[in-house]
Design a protein around this ligand. Structure first.
Ligand code: HEC
Ligand SMILES: [Cu+2]
Length: 316
């Protein structure tokens, strides 16, 4: 950790990414020496000889077997690389249940951190070791990146959209976070730290720790704030908190469920779907309901939309 440029694999996930890279490297090195070796061998073996001796090139017209093999073998190799890489990739992309969640919003040129219990911090994320952590990512101004080199994962942070990323930190320590999207003059200073703490230390910190960047102790949990925002915004005129159907669908059990849309498609109600349903309700219409929900894009600021989403997630 002292040497900021030595990024050892900090999780099992990272070790699997490294294994994919190693496999590709080994295959690449093998074929490099095979082809270059043959090139040199043939150049020497079939070089031009002294006058009068053995200068005729044999009339080779092709070899179907050889051509078949040099199409087949590389095809198998690239399919194997693809399949292996895809397995490791999907494993990383599919969110896990029971993760510690942290909201991270990027703006020029810092990361604003918000924990579901309302604590906030800047450029410093604290999480417990030994269980998955899910980062819920957004951006206020331009594209930013969220890159955890020790964990071999990276995700774009996009204005007007929520993306997410999860890791399983196993070893306590302090890990670098980089912005990987050129976002203006302060880009190279846009650095943050992921601090992985032993679970008991984390619990102690979360219970009465300083709230990061000098924030007071009086913080309101995100879900509580979300509930208040939803009530004030009149959502409950059309939505029931239980399973009942009013003008719009009920909210109970919505998060994580599969929603059938007008047109026959199905989407999983993840954070991005809920966010979009609030700021752009016409984008995806729930089957059997009229497109009458007003947009809250202008009236609910993005942090409050996050809070409402957090509230919806509590309605199990
Ligand atoms: C005028 C009535 C009305 C109001 C007010 C309203 N909604 Fe809706 N909402 C609907 C209707 C109707 C649908 C279903 C049609 C659609 O998908 O747009 C819906 C759909 C949704 C969905 C997707 C539900 C699902 O089952 O997939 C969410 C989430 C949502 N609303 C959240 C909110 C929030 C949060 C507010 C307040 C900030 C709100 N709504 C205010 C009528 C309303
Ligand atoms: Cu940036």
């Amino acid at each position: 950790m002292d040497n900021a440029l030595a990024f050892g694999a900090a999780s099992g996930q990272a070790a699997r990414v490294d294994a994919v890279f190693l496999l590709i490297l080994v295959i690449g090195v093998f074929f490099f020496f095979l082809t270059q070796g043959m090139l040199i061998y043939f150049a020497v073996k079939y070089r031009r000889r002294l006058p009068g001796r053995d200068n005729e090139t044999p009339a080779i017209t092709g070899s179907p077997l050889l051509e078949f093999l040099w199409i087949l073998i590389p095809s198998i190799v690239v399919v194997v690389i693809f399949y292996y890489g895809w397995r490791v990739y999907t494993d990383q992309r599919i969110p896990v249940a029971g993760a510690t969640e942290v909201y991270v919003n990027a703006r020029q040129w810092l990361y604003e951190i918000k924990y579901p219990d309302g604590r906030t911090a800047v450029n410093e994320i604290r999480v417990p070791s030994g269980k998955p952590v899910k980062f819920i990512l957004s951006a206020s101004d331009v594209l930013h990146g969220f890159y955890l080199p020790d964990f071999r994962v990276k995700m774009d942070m996009i204005p007007g959209r929520v993306t997410s990323l999860w890791v399983q930190p196993e070893r306590p320590g302090s890990y670098q976070i980089f912005c990987t999207v050129y976002c203006g003059t302060g880009h190279s200073n846009m650095l943050a730290r992921l601090i992985v703490m032993p679970p008991n230390e984390y619990a102690a910190w979360a219970a009465h720790g300083e709230g990061g960047a000098g924030e007071g102790k009086e913080h309101e949990p995100l879900a509580v704030r979300g509930e208040r925002v939803a009530k004030n915004a009149g959502c409950l005129n059309c939505h029931a908190i239980g399973g009942a159907v009013k003008i719009g669908p009920g909210w109970k059990g919505l998060f994580g469920s599969n929603v059938l849309l007008e047109g026959g498609k199905t989407v999983t109600a993840d954070e991005e779907y809920l966010r979009e349903s609030i700021v752009d309700p016409g984008a995806k219409i729930v089957k059997g309901f009229p497109n009458v929900m007003p947009t809250y894009k202008a009236s609910i600021p993005p942090e409050d939309v996050n809070a409402v989403v957090e509230y919806l997630k509590t309605l199990k």
